[in-house]
Design a protein around this ligand. Structure first.
Ligand code: FAD
Ligand code: NAD
Length: 454
């Protein structure tokens, strides 16, 4: 039986980073992956998704370009060409992940890993490995939902990436990141899209102005939104589907995408054999150093359901490796998380929402603007940009940036730095604008649009 200083289960964002850094610190490391190296983000998440987003936005560009004198009447899109090129790029990245792991001295095992005891891991081919330390980085999986008739006809985000043909009529269940990003991809590529939303709002947990402005933008792009509704049944009509909603509506569709959340992946890991504690959402409970309730076993990334984003999984994996193998104990902050939703137009936010801020900062100033971007003057697009800034009037500290519009995902990365550096409104005022840009609005806000005095 081979023994390692560290066994990593899962070759996704968190696991790969942890394995490489631990090996760089001198540890002997084994990494076990049951599907493809790179994990959700590289193989069936962020990367192929963003390539599809780029593909879809050309439709917008072609439309807008007409206002600038271009003619694209013969533009055509071919799904299979995009799929082929996207899959080639994903394979290229996967190979780079493998190469980098091997270069760091990590031993890669293919197969499903499960615990035999707290130091022993069994692979699908029955080979056993022992590890002084074990890291669980098994990610998350799409939520299943078989509570209605015909639920088996839905596909999840993994299967979306396998679609050989572009569906013409798509019904999407859910209103989170995945549902809305995929809704925009499909719509811009020409599919009819219906989104079925359980509640009254999209993007649960986001600032209310982001929710309402993005709702307007989605409706303007021709996406049908069914609020306060749910799927009652799906009937298979020989390859196409009739989706019955709670309010009695019947939607024709050739693809029903289930995007109602993701859950921590602890499938067949044998955790019950070692008594690791899970919380009530099935996530592995960890302390600030990512150690589980069993000494020597750690967990990072989506399986811990803290902040389910790639940069967080990477950071947690890196901090774990530095802490355990690099003699540099580090904890990861889980607040001030910049995030983008790659809808079209996209959303970029960091910091507190207005609702959250008011709970801690009763004297809250809100600066908000909704404006037509300069590009739209000739293109004729009705799409608007929204910027919203939250400031604590007592200390002048900025508490949150919330935005919708072209490239706000790019902007929010840098606004995240400002927030991290505890920027004040005066700091923004002192920063010279870059003209003509949309981003200059962040430094030219004059009077608050709302002043709270709770
Ligand atoms: C469609 C989609 C789009 C996304 N877009 C973004 C985005 O734009 N930006 C962003 O920041 N985040 C995005 N995310 C979230 C991001 O992908 C995850 O937060 C991130 O991948 C989590 O990394 P991880 O290391 O925890 O797990 P994963 O990357 O999921 O890796 C876990 C790995 O473990 C393997 N595994 C599981 N169990 C076992 C086992 N028992 N034995 C061996 N191997 C096992 C799996 O095969 C997988 O490769 C997206 C997610 C999805 C689904
Ligand atoms: N751009 C990005 O960074 C990005 C993109 C995709 C995913 N992600 C990450 O992956 C996570 C998972 O994404 P997601 O979109 O699957 O989840 P999500 O939690 O963002 O959204 C889930 C949606 O499904 C709805 N829902 C839940 N249960 C339901 C039910 N039974 N019936 C009807 N609706 C139901 C929720 O109200 C919500 O609208 C995200 O939270 C995010 O952390 C990030």
């Amino acid at each position: 039986m081979k023994n390692f200083d560290l066994i990593v289960i899962g070759g996704g964002s968190g696991g790969v980073r942890a394995a490489r850094i631990a090996a760089n610190h001198g540890a002997s490391v084994a990494l076990i992956e049951e599907y493809r190296l790179g994990g959700t983000c590289v193989i069936r998440g962020c990367v192929p998704k963003k390539l599809m987003v780029y593909a879809s936005r050309f439709a917008h560009d072609f439309e807008e370009a007409k206002g600038y004198g271009w003619d694209f009447d013969n533009a055509r899109f071919d799904w299979s060409t995009l799929k082929l090129k996207r899959d080639q790029e994903v394979a290229r990245l996967e190979a780079i992940y493998r190469k980098n792991l091997l270069a760091a001295g990590v031993v890669i095992y293919e197969g499903h890993a499960s615990f035999v005891d707290s130091k022993t891991i069994q692979l699908s081919d029955k080979e056993m490995l022992t590890g002084n330390t074990i890291l669980i980085a098994t990610g998350g999986v799409p939520v299943q939902n078989d509570s209605y008739e015909g639920a088996q006809y839905t596909i999840d985000s993994n299967e979306f990436f396998d679609l050989e043909k572009q569906p013409k009529k798509v019904v999407i269940h859910g209103a989170g990141y995945i549902a809305l990003e995929f809704a925009c991809i499909f719509r811009l590529l020409g599919s009819e899209v219906d989104v079925v939303i359980r509640g009254e709002n999209i993007l649960r947990g986001f600032d209310k102005d982001i929710q309402s402005q993005l709702t307007k933008e989605l409706l303007m792009s021709g996406i049908n939104l069914h609020f306060s509704n749910n799927i009652k049944a799906i009937k298979n009509e020989g390859g196409s589907f009739t989706v019955a909603l709670n309010d009695g509506a019947l939607l024709d569709s050739d693809c029903v995408l289930r995007a109602i959340g993701r859950v921590p992946n602890t499938t067949a890991l044998g955790l019950e054999k070692i008594g690791i504690a899970l919380n009530n959402q099935g996530a592995i409970v960890v302390n600030p150093f990512s150690e589980t309730t069993v000494t020597g076993i750690y967990a990072v990334g989506d399986v811990t359901n803290r902040v389910n984003l790639t940069p967080m999984a990477i950071r947690e994996g890196h901090a774990f490796a530095d802490t355990v193998f690099g003699k540099t104990p580090r904890v990861v902050a889980h607040d001030l998380v910049p995030t983008a939703v790659f809808t079209t137009p996209e959303v970029g936010v960091v910091g507190l929402t207005e609702e959250q801020a008011l709970k801690q900062f009763p004297k809250l100033d809100v600066y908000s603007t909704v404006f037509r971007p300069m590009k739209a003057t000739l293109s004729g697009s009705d799409s608007k940009v929204l910027f919203k800034l939250l400031v604590d009037r007592v200390t002048d500290r900025v508490l949150g940036f919330h935005s919708i519009g072209h490239d706000t995902g790019e902007m929010i990365q840098l606004l995240g730095v400002a927030l991290q550096m505890k920027a004040t409104k005066k700091d923004l005022d002192a920063t010279l604008a870059v003209h003509p840009t949309a981003a200059e609005e962040w430094v030219t806000f004059r009077a608050p649009t709302t002043q709270h005095n709770l």
